[in-house]
Write a protein that binds this ligand. Structure first.
Ligand SMILES: Cc1cc2nc3c(=O)[nH]c(=O)nc-3n(C[C@H](O)[C@H](O)[C@H](O)COP(=O)(O)OP(=O)(O)OC[C@H]3O[C@@H](n4cnc5c(N)ncnc54)[C@H](O)[C@@H]3O)c2cc1C
Length: 426
């Protein structure tokens, strides 16, 4: 897609087990002479590939699809607002995953912020990351929602990293949120927000400049069953499985399921409603017994505002339109949050994007394959999937763990399951 143009003057480096962004060229790492096969061209695979390359590995990224404006992959559909876990789609509840996710999210926050503050355009290509104020609204005081109060208190304890913290019910009036939305409490923070089309192209460009090899192909069947053949065919030392929902087939993980989501795209040029520069969100809450309570309004870039959201488990069909009742109701929920939004015009390129968040029974899995190979030896597959509604929020953190798991394989350590005890809990 891109010609290898120049060497980017930035790199990822693990420091005390946490990935950090550094400016400069990586100090020549001892050549590892090892190739890693990364399967999946979404945000999880591409970020893992970047982290591995900066550690000196050669990387081949194999994917059946790549970021493409005409036929977007899930990583492009994402609202791509960084959120402290659990995310507003309300399904990240597994204790082990949540504990790891908090650490992964903080790593990602720092790196996205550094991308904004330290990197300009890369050879004329924008990275598409911005820091935006994100407002979260609640229909009761936080004190009546212990889970949400605890989340806010954790966020406050991280104020050395997470900027712009403020809790006040005045935010409801400040944003002229309609009374019919019934909001009673709110807080805000400064959050990375990603223009996914731009960022995924930028990632592709950075990886191609760093020398990655790209192969377009679909892998079928169990990875474990064909591990040796794949390692030999791609002259690879290890395999990273970052295939999102396809982990159902490739990892034989029957707990993988889709959570269908959708976003409406409207023009945000200030003509039909006051131009919005901040994000506005209401968390999905299962205790209300409805899947239709989530609000997710995020400026995609300077021109487009995206409106969401819906959370439909096990719904595989991508057959929604702006006239489907569930999408009309989603739009009405959003209208209560921005005066004049009902007059908004659809984006000329597309009015609606829909996608399947790649969920898993016990949420995110960044773990080595624990089943042995046919010959009884340890598998060299590392899984990174099940990021659900948080693939961007967790991307750099998960990539750091992928690097350390590959290093574990090199050190001939046996694979272990994700555990609470090993997690970085913030
Ligand atoms: C409506 C919506 C809103 C969202 N909002 C947010 C948000 O605000 N913040 C956030 O962080 N996340 C959000 N997400 C979630 C985010 O999009 C996902 O978590 C993320 O895209 C997962 O990335 P991934 O790389 O793991 O999977 P994917 O993006 O699905 O990428 C998988 C890749 O693997 C390839 N692949 C699959 N199967 C095979 C195979 N058999 N052989 C070869 N290649 C294969 C695919 O072509 C693709 O390139 C949202 C998602 C949706 C749908």
């Amino acid at each position: 897609m891109f010609a290898k143009a120049f060497t980017p003057n930035f790199y990822l480096e693990p420091v005390d087990n946490e990935l950090q962004l550094r400016i400069g060229t990586p100090s020549p790492a001892a050549p590892k002479e090892k190739r890693i096969l990364v399967i999946g061209g979404g945000v999880s695979g591409m970020t893992s590939a970047w982290a591995l390359m900066d550690q000196g590995y050669d990387v081949t990224i194999l994917s059946d699809r790549w970021a493409d404006r005409k036929n977007r992959i899930t990583s492009q559909i994402a609202g791509a607002l960084w959120e402290y876990p659990p995310a507003v789609c309300g399904k990240h509840t597994d204790a082990i995953s949540l504990c790891h996710s908090k650490g992964w999210a903080m790593t990602s926050y720092k790196i996205f912020e550094q991308i904004v503050t330290k990197l300009g355009e890369t050879d004329g290509i924008d990275h598409g990351v911005r820091m935006r104020i994100a407002n979260f609204f609640f229909d009761t005081p936080l004190e009546a929602r212990p889970d949400q109060l605890e989340k806010w208190e954790e966020i406050c304890s991280l104020s050395h990293t997470i900027k712009g913290l403020k809790r006040s019910a005045d935010l409801i009036q400040h944003h002229s949120v309609d009374q019919k939305a019934g909001m009673k409490d709110a807080y805000q923070l400064l959050s990375p927000a990603v223009d996914t089309d731009v960022y995924m192209m930028w990632l592709h460009f950075v990886l191609s400049c760093k020398g990655a090899t790209f192969v377009t192909e679909r892998i079928k069947g169990s990875l474990l069953d064909q591990e040796e053949e794949l390692l030999s065919r791609f002259d690879a030392y290890a395999i990273i499985n970052a295939t999102g929902l396809s982990a159902l087939e490739l990892a034989g993980d029957e707990t993988v399921y889709p959570l269908r989501g959708a976003i409406i795209r409207v023009k945000n040029d200030g003509t039909k409603f006051p131009k919005l520069t901040e994000a506005l969100a209401v968390t999905h809450d299962e205790t209300y017994g409805t899947d239709e309570d989530m609000v997710f309004i995020v400026p995609r870039n300077d021109n487009i505002l995206i409106l969401g959201g819906i959370t439909e488990p096990n719904e595989w069909n991508l057959n929604l339109t702006v006239d489907t009742p569930v999408i009309k109701r989603m739009r009405e929920r959003c209208n209560a949050f921005v005066p004049g939004l009902e007059n908004a015009e659809y984006d000329d390129e597309t009015d609606l994007l829909q996608g399947l968040r790649p969920f898993r029974g016990s949420n995110v899995r960044v773990e080595r394959e624990t089943a042995p190979r046919k010959d009884g030896s340890h598998s060299r597959i590392v899984h990174t999937y099940g990021q659900g509604g948080s693939g961007f929020s967790l991307s750099f953190g998960c990539a750091g763990t992928v690097v350390s798991l590959v290093q574990e394989i090199e050190a001939s350590k046996p694979p272990a399951k994700m555990e609470l005890v090993n997690a970085v809990c913030y």
